[in-house]
Design a protein around this ligand. Structure first.
Ligand SMILES: Nc1ncnc2c1ncn2[C@@H]1O[C@H](COP(=O)(O)OP(=O)(O)OP(=O)(O)O)[C@@H](O)[C@H]1O
Length: 785
């Protein structure tokens, strides 16, 4: 047995020892939880029995209160401990199979001997030996593993800086308590381990990367200082992975104060949400709140409008270029996404503070109770120095008082009597009981009838008025759609608001288009955020203060306006923004100013920008090929993982194309690939391809309502494939006619970069210039003409 084999054996013995300890602890914890649960149930049942409620005597009432409070505290303390034990159980069950993935031997300054530190997805403290048999990967000491190679090291703890020497850095792959592989690593976290992790086939769920986090990724994961973190990373550089590990890190680091519901992740589509949903549970943490910006918009606007989603907008951009109104629509998207447009709205709001607000009549049974004009007058009678939302609150209070008076007047109207006739027996009984309670019913009093009638009419009127009062409290009397529309009804109006604004040439047409849509209660995607912003400026911002961390993935799809709006609604939150400007698909990011506008929103002292240039997803040949398509692509570092060159096949007719693609799918399946995507430019093309291939190969069609990805072959438009990866990718038609415009370059690049192991591009007719420009050594060309 050589030295390495001996060491391997000793390591396996340690694994066995640790696993045994974990099993022992697990059984005692299981025992503990069941006792705890029984305790809690018992306390809950006895809660009221142990307390004598006496509220008549103030001294006794105070005692009762103290006793309730004490019982509640005991209960909540027990529940907390129960939760804690349950979490421990969850972590230990994971550690039992794979207790750790790395070890470092650290000799701390002034100490004689090096101490081995083992790292896993959670920590395990052995009470017998009073040592940590496993350290959590997020503990301060574990940072050494990610940040240093063997040699001199230092790390920060709450007590201060610790210096020392790392004598060994070792990695393991342990499955079911068995060491499958083990490497000693030098400079970075071993490429062998990484290669092995990246070489695996995709199974439609994102994985945790804790064992192989790279130094530059670790910095982002552990950053605690900055309010705004921007991560600009190449396709496949680990942005989403970093975001997920960062959430896990924050939940650990601030475990006493931060709960998963205080963190929100905005992702590009619901499919992506389900793709990443398993990462945190794999790390023993609960998922943060996941949503899409569209979901937020809908929650605020869907009662009033049919809100267009970003995919429909993109579908329009990609398929309607011959449309007469196309240029104005694109110009409108660009303008309405800019920070300048936010300034326009602010000027408009200032204007509205003086004049121009539009209100709705408050009507009741086809009669105007309070006219829009009266509300308008009231509003402008308040001190103009007060902000609009404050004046609106005063208007609402005034309206409620007015309505209360009207309510009394209404009781004597004839419709009330008719309604009383229609009342049910239960309603009568209610009134009767109420009168009795009030002791107003006498046995033979002659006015009993009048009292009953009075009460019945007030009941009938109140019931009808209640929704009116609720609506007033919710500011329904303000006509926000009309106010937003007013901004566009007269194209000259904007010059009055901001004479210095350089109004684009197509502004008139943009106005016509916007008004037309609004008339039908349709809100274009580019209008949704400006509309909400205007609404919030008038009604007051619906801010969320419980959210402490907002993550935005695929952030290149957010406009400067979106970012500024996000800052308003999450005022106490830190922001982690991850994106790749080369994958920007939407019209609003064609201006290419990147994250400059976002940077302008935060203090530079509290901001940090990270760049991730190493790309991990695809094999070396695929990244070599794709990086040639984009400006600055030479800075992307492909990861050394072998594979075949992408293949570009040119065909001359549709049948040939269908046949070739079907054949390719068979080959890929035979080669064992589990996830194969046929990526199309649009939903329209996806549908056609799906119809053409159906029956030839088993496949599923992914559309914007699809929420989970399954293994197998999928036909998918690029914008839904964003952020996701596949073993093999087929670009259905990478021809010049499909991807000929400069604005389609990023779309094409995004599609190609979804491939992990193999990439095939077919082209019906002339090949897209985005390929012809790339060095011909990076791909294999096949012409079937
Ligand atoms: N340190 C790492 N160790 C192991 N795998 C990694 C590491 N970093 C990234 N990966 C893998 O690389 C692939 C791409 O990662 P991820 O999806 O996070 O990248 P991305 O930058 O968000 O990509 P894109 O912008 O193209 O959607 C994933 O399979 C991920 O598991």
């Amino acid at each position: 047995m050589n030295k390495w084999e001996r060491e391997w054996k000793e390591e396996q013995q340690r694994v066995d020892h640790v696993v045994q300890k974990i099993s022992k602890r697990l059984s005692s914890l299981v025992q503990q939880t069941s006792t705890m649960r029984a305790d809690i149930v018992e306390i809950r049942n006895q809660f009221w029995e142990d307390i004598t409620v006496n509220v008549d005597d103030p001294i006794e009432a105070a005692e009762t209160y103290a006793s309730i409070k004490q019982q509640a505290e005991v209960l909540s303390e027990r529940e907390r401990s129960h939760r804690h034990v349950r979490n421990q159980l969850k972590t230990l069950s994971k550690l039992q199979h794979s207790p750790y993935f790395a070890r470092i031997d650290l000799k701390v300054e002034d100490e004689e001997e090096a101490e081995p530190i083992y790292m896993g997805v959670g920590s395990f403290f052995d009470e017998e030996s009073e040592t940590f048999l496993i350290y959590d990967w997020r503990a301060p000491i574990s940072s050494l593993y990610y940040d240093f190679s063997p040699g001199e090291v230092e790390y920060r703890t709450p007590e201060g800086l610790v210096k020392g020497v790392m004598e060994l850095k070792r990695q393991y792959l342990i499955r079911n308590g068995h060491i499958d592989s083990m490497f000693d690593t030098g400079i970075t976290i071993g490429d062998e381990m990484l290669r092995e992790a990246l070489g695996r086939r995709s199974d439609m769920q994102m994985k945790s990367i804790v064992a192989t986090i790279q130094k530059e990724q670790n910095q982002i994961i552990r950053d605690e200082r900055n309010r705004l973190l921007i991560v600009q990373g190449a396709a496949g550089s680990g942005k989403t992975s970093v975001a997920m590990q960062r959430v896990a890190y924050l939940l650990y680091r601030y475990r006493d104060t931060l709960r998963p519901e205080n963190i929100v992740l905005f992702s590009p589509n619901p499919l992506f949400n389900s793709y990443v949903a398993t990462v945190l549970p794999e790390l023993g943490e609960e998922n943060m709140r996941q949503t899409t910006f569209q979901e937020y918009l809908e929650s605020q606007l869907s009662k009033t409008f049919e809100v267009e989603d970003p995919f429909t907008q993109l579908e329009y951009i990609l398929t309607h270029e011959d449309n007469r109104s196309y240029a104005a629509r694109i110009a409108g998207i660009t303008i309405k996404s800019s920070l300048e447009f936010m300034d326009v709205i602010q000027s408009y709001v200032a204007f509205l503070g003086q004049q121009g607000l539009i209100f709705k009549d408050i009507r009741f049974r086809d009669e105007v109770l309070i006219s829009a004009e009266a509300i308008r007058e009231k509003f402008y009678s308040f001190d103009p120095a007060l902000r609009i939302p404050n004046r609106m609150r005063l208007v609402a209070e005034w309206l409620i008082e007015e309505l209360k008076e009207r309510e009394i007047q209404e009781r004597s109207k004839s419709w009330v009597e008719d309604e009383i006739e229609l009342l049910s027996k239960e309603d009568y009984l209610k009134v009767y009981k109420k009168l009795r309670r009030q002791k107003r019913f006498t046995d033979q009093s002659f006015d009993d009838f009048d009292r009953e009638k009075e009460m019945l009419s007030s009941m009938v009127v109140r019931k009808e008025f209640k929704p009116l009062l609720t609506k007033v409290n919710q500011f329904y009397f303000i006509d926000i759609p009309a106010i937003y529309r007013q901004l566009y009804t007269n194209p000259q109006f904007i010059f009055e608001l901001r004479p210095e604004w350089e109004v684009p040439s197509l502004w008139e047409e943009i106005c016509v288009q916007t008004v037309e849509k609004l008339k039908h209660f349709e809100l274009a995607y580019e209008d949704a955020t400006p509309y909400l912003y205007l609404k919030d400026c008038i009604e007051g911002f619906r801010i969320n203060t419980s959210v402490r961390h907002v993550f935005i993935d695929e952030a290149q799809d957010f406009s400067p306006f979106h970012f500024a709006f996000m800052k308003q609604i999450f005022p106490l939150s830190k922001l982690t923004v991850l994106g790749d400007l080369n994958q920007g698909l939407y019209a609003h990011n064609m201006t290419d100013d990147g994250f400059t506008s976002l940077l302008s929103l935060y203090d530079p002292e509290e901001t940090r920008v990270f760049k991730l240039n190493r790309s991990y997803r695809s094999t070396w040949p695929i990244t070599q090929f794709t990086r040639g398509m984009i400006p600055g692509g030479q800075d992307i570092e492909p990861f050394q993982r072998e594979g075949s060159k992408p293949m570009v096949t040119q065909v001359s007719d549709k049948q040939e194309l269908e046949r070739k693609v079907a054949d390719r799918i068979h080959h890929l399946q035979l080669a064992g690939h589990q996830t194969i995507a046929i990526i199309c430019k649009t939903a329209k093309e996806s549908k056609e391809v799906y119809t053409a291939l159906q029956g030839k190969v088993p496949l599923s069609f992914i559309h914007k309502e699809t929420t989970t990805l399954k293994k197998g072959v999928v036909v998918i438009p690029t914008y839904l494939a964003k952020g996701v990866e596949f073993d093999a990718v087929i670009i259905y038609n990478g021809s010049k006619s499909q991807y000929g415009r400069e604005s389609e370059r990023k779309l094409f690049y995004t599609s190609c970069t979804r491939a992990m192991h193999e990439l095939y591009i077919y082209s019906l007719g002339e090949i897209t210039p985005f390929i012809s420009e790339v060095s011909s050594d990076t791909y294999v060309l096949e012409r079937n003409l």
